[in-house]
Design a protein around this ligand. Structure first.
Ligand code: ZN
Length: 166
Protein backbone atom coordinates (compact mmCIF):
# COMPACT_ATOMS: atom_id res chain seq x y z
CA UNK A 1 0.00 0.00 0.00
CA UNK A 2 1.24 3.48 -0.77
CA UNK A 3 -0.08 6.78 0.54
CA UNK A 4 0.26 9.93 -1.51
CA UNK A 5 -0.59 13.61 -1.55
CA UNK A 6 -0.70 15.62 -4.75
CA UNK A 7 -1.30 19.27 -5.44
CA UNK A 8 -1.80 19.81 -9.12
CA UNK A 9 -3.40 22.58 -11.15
CA UNK A 10 -6.45 21.69 -13.22
CA UNK A 11 -5.30 21.56 -16.83
CA UNK A 12 -8.56 23.00 -18.05
CA UNK A 13 -11.74 24.38 -16.57
CA UNK A 14 -13.63 21.61 -14.80
CA UNK A 15 -17.38 21.87 -15.05
CA UNK A 16 -19.57 23.95 -17.33
CA UNK A 17 -22.38 25.03 -15.06
CA UNK A 18 -22.84 28.20 -13.06
CA UNK A 19 -19.99 27.11 -10.84
CA UNK A 20 -16.84 25.35 -11.93
CA UNK A 21 -13.19 24.85 -11.13
CA UNK A 22 -11.18 27.34 -13.17
CA UNK A 23 -8.20 26.29 -15.23
CA UNK A 24 -5.09 26.35 -13.10
CA UNK A 25 -7.00 25.90 -9.85
CA UNK A 26 -4.91 23.82 -7.46
CA UNK A 27 -6.53 20.48 -6.73
CA UNK A 28 -5.28 18.69 -3.67
CA UNK A 29 -5.57 14.92 -3.72
CA UNK A 30 -4.92 12.70 -0.70
CA UNK A 31 -5.16 9.03 -1.30
CA UNK A 32 -3.78 5.60 -1.08
CA UNK A 33 -2.96 2.93 -3.61
CA UNK A 34 -3.55 -0.67 -2.66
CA UNK A 35 -2.35 -3.62 -4.63
CA UNK A 36 -5.17 -6.10 -5.05
CA UNK A 37 -5.48 -9.21 -7.15
CA UNK A 38 -7.19 -7.54 -10.11
CA UNK A 39 -5.18 -4.36 -10.14
CA UNK A 40 -4.72 -1.26 -8.03
CA UNK A 41 -7.44 0.07 -5.77
CA UNK A 42 -7.32 3.85 -5.42
CA UNK A 43 -9.10 5.50 -2.50
CA UNK A 44 -8.91 9.12 -1.51
CA UNK A 45 -10.25 12.61 -1.24
CA UNK A 46 -9.84 15.58 -3.53
CA UNK A 47 -10.53 19.19 -2.76
CA UNK A 48 -10.39 22.53 -4.49
CA UNK A 49 -12.12 25.89 -4.62
CA UNK A 50 -15.05 26.24 -6.99
CA UNK A 51 -16.08 29.65 -8.29
CA UNK A 52 -19.10 30.91 -10.12
CA UNK A 53 -22.24 32.88 -9.56
CA UNK A 54 -25.44 32.52 -7.61
CA UNK A 55 -28.21 31.08 -9.79
CA UNK A 56 -30.72 33.58 -8.39
CA UNK A 57 -28.94 36.90 -7.96
CA UNK A 58 -25.72 36.38 -10.00
CA UNK A 59 -23.49 37.35 -7.09
CA UNK A 60 -20.00 35.87 -7.38
CA UNK A 61 -19.60 32.90 -5.11
CA UNK A 62 -16.68 30.68 -4.17
CA UNK A 63 -17.01 27.44 -2.32
CA UNK A 64 -14.56 24.87 -1.10
CA UNK A 65 -15.46 21.42 -2.41
CA UNK A 66 -14.20 18.13 -1.09
CA UNK A 67 -15.11 14.75 -2.51
CA UNK A 68 -14.25 11.15 -1.81
CA UNK A 69 -13.50 8.65 -4.50
CA UNK A 70 -12.63 5.00 -4.88
CA UNK A 71 -11.88 3.13 -8.05
CA UNK A 72 -10.26 -0.07 -9.13
CA UNK A 73 -7.68 0.33 -11.86
CA UNK A 74 -7.52 -3.10 -13.46
CA UNK A 75 -4.45 -4.63 -14.98
CA UNK A 76 -4.75 -4.68 -18.76
CA UNK A 77 -6.60 -7.80 -19.82
CA UNK A 78 -9.26 -9.13 -22.09
CA UNK A 79 -12.12 -7.31 -20.43
CA UNK A 80 -12.58 -3.64 -21.14
CA UNK A 81 -12.71 -1.52 -18.00
CA UNK A 82 -13.19 2.17 -17.38
CA UNK A 83 -9.86 2.49 -15.63
CA UNK A 84 -6.73 0.55 -16.36
CA UNK A 85 -3.21 0.42 -15.02
CA UNK A 86 -0.95 1.63 -17.80
CA UNK A 87 2.81 1.25 -17.70
CA UNK A 88 2.62 0.70 -13.95
CA UNK A 89 0.80 4.00 -13.52
CA UNK A 90 -2.75 5.04 -12.75
CA UNK A 91 -4.09 8.24 -14.27
CA UNK A 92 -6.30 9.89 -11.69
CA UNK A 93 -7.27 12.97 -13.65
CA UNK A 94 -10.58 11.76 -15.13
CA UNK A 95 -11.55 10.00 -11.92
CA UNK A 96 -10.90 13.07 -9.79
CA UNK A 97 -12.36 15.50 -12.30
CA UNK A 98 -15.61 13.56 -12.65
CA UNK A 99 -16.01 13.22 -8.90
CA UNK A 100 -15.39 16.94 -8.40
CA UNK A 101 -17.65 18.12 -11.21
CA UNK A 102 -20.51 15.84 -10.14
CA UNK A 103 -20.35 17.34 -6.66
CA UNK A 104 -21.01 20.85 -7.94
CA UNK A 105 -24.51 22.14 -7.25
CA UNK A 106 -26.80 22.28 -10.25
CA UNK A 107 -28.48 25.42 -8.94
CA UNK A 108 -25.90 27.18 -6.78
CA UNK A 109 -27.00 29.95 -4.44
CA UNK A 110 -25.00 32.53 -2.53
CA UNK A 111 -27.00 31.69 0.60
CA UNK A 112 -29.83 29.20 1.16
CA UNK A 113 -32.52 31.89 1.31
CA UNK A 114 -31.17 34.14 -1.43
CA UNK A 115 -34.15 36.25 -2.52
CA UNK A 116 -32.78 36.72 -6.03
CA UNK A 117 -33.39 39.77 -8.18
CA UNK A 118 -36.18 42.27 -7.94
CA UNK A 119 -38.54 41.39 -10.80
CA UNK A 120 -39.23 45.08 -11.44
CA UNK A 121 -35.86 46.73 -11.16
CA UNK A 122 -33.54 43.78 -11.75
CA UNK A 123 -31.57 44.79 -8.69
CA UNK A 124 -30.31 42.36 -6.13
CA UNK A 125 -32.63 41.86 -3.21
CA UNK A 126 -29.80 40.39 -1.18
CA UNK A 127 -28.49 42.91 1.29
CA UNK A 128 -25.46 40.95 2.29
CA UNK A 129 -24.45 37.64 3.74
CA UNK A 130 -22.66 39.46 6.56
CA UNK A 131 -24.13 38.74 9.96
CA UNK A 132 -24.13 42.43 10.81
CA UNK A 133 -26.89 42.95 8.30
CA UNK A 134 -29.31 40.71 10.15
CA UNK A 135 -31.35 43.47 11.71
CA UNK A 136 -34.30 42.86 13.98
CA UNK A 137 -37.71 43.03 12.40
CA UNK A 138 -38.93 46.56 11.94
CA UNK A 139 -41.33 47.17 14.85
CA UNK A 140 -43.80 48.78 12.47
CA UNK A 141 -44.36 45.34 10.93
CA UNK A 142 -44.82 43.56 14.24
CA UNK A 143 -48.57 44.12 14.28
CA UNK A 144 -48.89 42.67 10.81
CA UNK A 145 -46.89 39.62 11.81
CA UNK A 146 -49.31 38.95 14.68
CA UNK A 147 -52.21 39.47 12.37
CA UNK A 148 -50.94 36.93 9.88
CA UNK A 149 -50.36 34.35 12.62
CA UNK A 150 -53.92 34.73 13.91
CA UNK A 151 -55.16 34.59 10.39
CA UNK A 152 -53.40 31.31 9.70
CA UNK A 153 -54.70 29.80 12.92
CA UNK A 154 -58.26 30.67 12.06
CA UNK A 155 -57.83 29.34 8.55
CA UNK A 156 -56.55 26.01 9.76
CA UNK A 157 -59.38 25.71 12.28
CA UNK A 158 -62.07 26.46 9.74
CA UNK A 159 -62.18 22.89 8.41
CA UNK A 160 -65.38 21.13 9.45
CA UNK A 161 -65.33 17.53 10.50
CA UNK A 162 -67.71 15.36 8.48
CA UNK A 163 -67.11 12.00 10.11
CA UNK A 164 -70.72 11.40 11.05
CA UNK A 165 -73.32 10.84 8.39
CA UNK A 166 -76.78 9.64 9.20
ZN1 ZN B 1 -27.84 34.98 -4.48
Amino acid sequence: MRVFTLEVPAEAQWGEGLVSFPKGEIVRVDGRLESVHEGILVTGTADAQSVGECGRCLTDIAEHVEVEFQELFAYPGDEATDFEVQDDHVDLEILVRDAMVLSLPFQPVCQPDCPGLDPNTGERLTISTETEQREPLDPRWAALQDYSKDHDDKASRSGVDHTEES
